[in-house]
Write a protein that binds this ligand. Structure first.
Ligand code: ADE
Length: 248
């Protein structure tokens, strides 16, 4: 998979992709991330990329020309599945969207700044607008890094233990259950006995139960969850859990 990120501040994105899972994914040839500085494509003498808004009002608007030139250049080189604009008024990012995007071949991500981009960019060049939440960041770069991370970690082979991406919170519209590691007793803070018993089916049933309880408490709008995924299967394999302990 290839991701092209179009930004006025490429340095903001150097860090997130230069370490850990995203760095390894690129080194192993599982994905390519290319940063493009929009300023390099302006035809203005003073390297201008933004201007005052028509009609007045505070804040600068990113101009069409440099963005159009850059997007046209990239589109001439390959086909893109999506050209995404990061914006707080876009559709809200959620796991299903990440899953689908992770199966694409080439995507472009445009980061906005100031008051955002000229509406004609959105009308004529963008295929999709995504927000990472109902709050406003100072630019689209951090949102683009969040989107990129959420997609790339799903590409088979990127995570060490491939199954771990499948058992994340949200994969079945369920929040993940609690996890513990050694020691089993730290200053009297004990790991639940069920996890120490070694009965895999009982452990899976307990985890499902914990996920359901947490989801109902913290994300009531995801409840009842869409249990198509592997963990419903695990629950069935365990012969069901104590139904009275499950949230209704
Ligand atoms: N740019 C600024 N705020 C944003 C947000 N919440 N999501 C996506 N892009 C943004």
């Amino acid at each position: 998979m290839r991701i092209d990120i179009l930004t006025l501040l490429p340095r903001l994105l150097d860090g997130p992709f230069a370490d850990s899972i995203l760095e390894r994914a690129q080194q192993n040839g599982l994905c390519e991330i290319h940063l493009h500085n929009i300023r390099d494509y302006t035809e203005s003498k003073h390297k201008q990329t933004d201007d005052y808004q028509f009609g007045g009002g505070a804040g600068m608007v990113m101009m069409v020309q440099p963005i159009h030139t850059l997007i046209s250049k990239l589109k001439a080189e390959r086909d893109y599945d999506e050209i995404i604009y990061m914006t707080p008024d876009g559709e809200q990012l959620e796991q299903r969207m990440c899953n689908r995007l992770s199966m694409m071949k080439n995507i472009m991500i445009l980061c906005g700044h100031y008051k955002g981009v000229d509406q004609r960019v959105r009308d004529h060049l963008i295929t999709r607008e995504i927000s990472i939440g109902d709050y406003v960041l100072s630019g689209g770069e951090i949102a683009a890094a969040v989107l990129t991370d959420s997609i790339i970690r799903l590409i088979p082979g990127v995570m060490n233990d491939e199954t771990s991406a499948l058992t994340d919170s949200y994969q079945d519209n369920l929040l993940a259950p609690p996890v513990y590691t050694r020691p089993a007793d730290y200053n009297g803070w004990k790991v639940p006995d069920v996890l120490l018993g070694g009965n895999f089916k009982v452990i899976e049933a307990w985890r499902m139960e914990q996920s359901l309880i947490k989801t109902r408490e913290r994300r009531p709008y995801l409840y009842p969850p869409d249990l198509e995924g592997s963990r419903l299967f695990a629950l069935h394999a365990a012969g069901g859990t104590d139904a009275s302990a499950l949230p209704r």
